[in-house]
Design a protein around this ligand. Structure first.
Ligand SMILES: Cc1cc2nc3c(=O)[nH]c(=O)nc-3n(C[C@H](O)[C@H](O)[C@H](O)COP(=O)(O)O)c2cc1C
Length: 319
């Protein structure tokens, strides 16, 4: 029932991509998503060097014979890392890459020549159109609903997806706000060829975050997320906590990205995710957290989305 241009492009059963999540989208989580019929992505940005990325790719391959990909953030702190990561994905014969954040133009030719299918993730229809022009195979559009960097257009996916599918030829993937079959069907109804899910997958057994973190996530209300980095012309949707309060205070006074970095990545984020100190740093989180109240296996999450979606579609046909 859910065969789309995306399932065809990726060779997967369901049009569900596990969005790359820094520190969490390891080979194990990516493989679990692919084994459940979705499409797992390894977050390249979390690997400290190209050898770690190579190892992640090999581990993922040892855990699944299903398709998976690597997410390459085109913004990293060391510009050489992008080129090194791309070298590794080509050498390791990874079949799918998702680029994210900046214009993928400088990299698409090299990836396509290596036979790689390229997805590009961006937060505006304008950027999706430029990505299509430079030859990517599909675009993931991040909406206002999503966790993480959602761009400055502040448009919900109910507007962005129809705008994108009306002006693009390539498949469009909707990223943001999916935890169950209702949002999945609604994304498909808007014209998306599939969805990308982040926040819901943090509350999975295979997500490497601590149980304390997962409990905190489950207790999160839909109104508990907040935007930071607005004063720096960026928009980062995160879980409200002590760290975000400090960041917002600094932003009120006027600050720089450099001053905010200690709150945003590295050690403090690791404390939040793995060491039970959920106030220590800033963590991306979508308001869909308000709809999540259980930790399940990735397979249970995906199976439930699909069975709910089947029921919804049947009901729609008869109402
Ligand atoms: C903890 C966390 C970390 C994330 N890190 C990244 C990242 O490093 N790169 C990226 O492209 N997207 C990142 N995202 C965004 C997800 O890949 C995905 O697009 C988004 O979570 C979808 O919205 P949802 O959370 O409402 O499902 C992250 C999301 C979360 C929740």
């Amino acid at each position: 029932m859910f065969k789309t241009r995306l399932t065809e492009l990726l060779g997967v059963e369901y049009p569900i991509i596990g969005g790359a999540m820094a520190y969490l989208s390891t080979a194990e989580l990516a493989a679990a998503i692919s084994n459940a019929g979705g499409f797992g992505l390894i977050a390249g940005v979390t690997c400290n060097n190209k050898d770690e990325l190579r190892e992640q790719i090999r581990t993922c391959r040892s855990l699944t014979d299903k398709p998976f990909g690597v997410n390459i953030a085109l913004i990293t702190r060391d510009p050489n890392r992008v080129n090194e990561d791309l070298e590794v994905v080509v050498e390791e014969k990874v079949k799918f890459v998702e680029t994210a954040a900046l214009n993928p133009a400088p990299y698409v030719k090299q990836l396509k020549e290596a036979g790689i299918t390229v997805l590009h993730k961006c937060a505006t229809v304008r950027h999706a159109k430029s990505a299509e022009r430079v030859g990517v195979d599909a675009v993931t559009l991040v909406g206002y609903e999503a966790a993480g960097h959602t761009g400055l257009d502040d448009l919900p996916l109910s507007i962005m997806i129809p705008l994108a599918v009306d002006s693009l030829e390539i498949p469009v993937i909707s990223a943001g706000g999916v935890s169950d079959g209702r949002a999945f069907v609604s994304a498909l109804a808007l014209g998306a060829s599939g969805v990308q899910i982040g926040t819901r997958l943090m509350a999975s057994h295979e997500c490497p975050a601590s149980e304390t973190f997962k409990d905190w996530l489950i207790r999160t209300e839909a109104t508990d997320t907040v935007y930071i980095e607005r004063s720096l012309n960026r928009a980062y949707r995160v879980r409200r906590n002590e760290a975000t309060e400090k960041v917002l205070e600094l932003e009120k006074k006027g600050t720089t990205m450099l001053e905010l970095l200690p709150f945003i990545g590295g050690d403090n984020l690791r404390k939040v995710l793995f060491e039970g100190d959920v106030e220590a740093g800033v963590v991306a989180c979508g308001p869909v957290a308000g709809l999540i109240d259980d930790v399940m296996s990735v397979k249970e999450i995906i199976d439930r989305i699909i069975s709910q979606a089947e029921i919804i579609i049947e009901r729609l046909q008869f109402s």
